[in-house]
Design a protein around this ligand. Structure first.
Ligand code: CO8
Length: 256
């Protein structure tokens, strides 16, 4: 299996597992990732997901050896499948944290950008080196990178193929935190646990409303928010949490 899924409490840890090729993505990796996403979606015990890479790399991109002889039609099939599966990660109801341990290049940077929050090890490296290989980014980079770092910075990175370190990724807003390599997984776990400790219907509605709102005008976004918050009033967790507040007592966990 090119993708491992392990559970620690309510946290699912998805590890890309093709270290001999720095976790480069081929059709089999995509298939295993798709299957792991099915498991995560169906497993009600998993509240939050962490994605990381096995070995020294997060993901060093799509598999260049596999792509080199592709003609237009098979390339389109691979691209469409990659976009579909990465968009599944972005659209997943549950929060997803990328713990970027090393190279996040090309398709690897694109996969990280589909996660809700990115935390980087000091050793992480990011970039879209596709133009140096005679192609454009194909797993969403031309669309998501400008939305995250701004249009001019995204074009600069895509045109020059410059690989940036974790600190620069932090400065341009591509990651939200940089930590020493040995603290990466603990930091991601602490963040995941903090999210998992809250009411999960509310957490998921926050994600859905925020993601949908980024694609539309603010009035439409506010309508999504109204739907999202109204729906929370149908949950026991909302009743319990507000009751506990007015009774000035600590809530003893959520039922979810
Ligand atoms: N594809 C296939 N194999 C890879 C890849 C890759 N992207 N990256 C690394 N590997 C392999 C190497 O070939 C090597 O294999 P072997 O040991 O059999 O020779 C092994 O992994 C270790 O790699 P290196 O020896 O090169 O390790 P270094 O530490 O010296 O270098 C680098 C690490 C800098 C990350 C280097 O491996 C590298 O530059 N890799 C390629 C990075 C890259 O250009 N990625 C972008 C790919 S294009 C892309 O992602 C497009 C996305 C979607 C478009 C779809 C279009 C159809």
């Amino acid at each position: 299996m090119y993708v491992n899924l392990e559970k620690q409490g309510n946290i699912g840890i998805l590890t890309m597992n093709r270290p001999e090729a720095l976790n480069a993505i081929n059709a089999d990796v995509l298939k295993d990732l798709d299957a792991a996403l099915n498991t995560i979606e169906q497993d009600e015990e998993i509240y939050v997901v962490i994605v990381t890479g096995g070995g020294k790399s997060f993901i060093a991109g799509a598999d260049i050896a596999m792509m080199k002889d592709l003609s237009v039609a098979p390339a389109k099939v691979f691209i469409t499948e990659g976009q579909r599966i990465l968009t599944r990660l972005e659209d997943m109801g549950k929060p997803v944290i990328a713990a970027v341990n090393g190279f996040a290049l090309g398709g690897g940077c694109e996969l990280a950008m589909c996660c809700d929050i990115r935390i980087a090890s000091e050793k992480a490296k990011f970039g879209q080196p596709e133009a140096g290989l005679g192609i454009t980014p194909g797993f969403g980079g031309t669309q998501r990178l400008p939305r995250i770092v701004g249009l001019a910075k995204a074009k600069e990175l895509m045109w020059t193929c410059r690989i940036i370190g974790a600190q620069e990724a932090l400065e341009i807003g591509l990651v939200s935190k940089v930590v020493p390599a040995e603290e990466l997984m603990n930091t991601a776990m602490e963040l995941a646990k903090a999210i998992a400790a809250n009411a999960q219907v509310a957490v998921r509605q926050c994600k859905a409303a925020a993601n949908r709102g980024m694609q539309c005008d603010i009035k439409t976004g506010l309508a999504y928010e109204a739907e999202a918050v109204a729906l929370c009033f149908a949950t026991e967790d909302q009743k319990d949490a507000m009751q506990a507040f007015v009774e000035k007592r600590k809530l003893n966990g959520f039922k979810n």
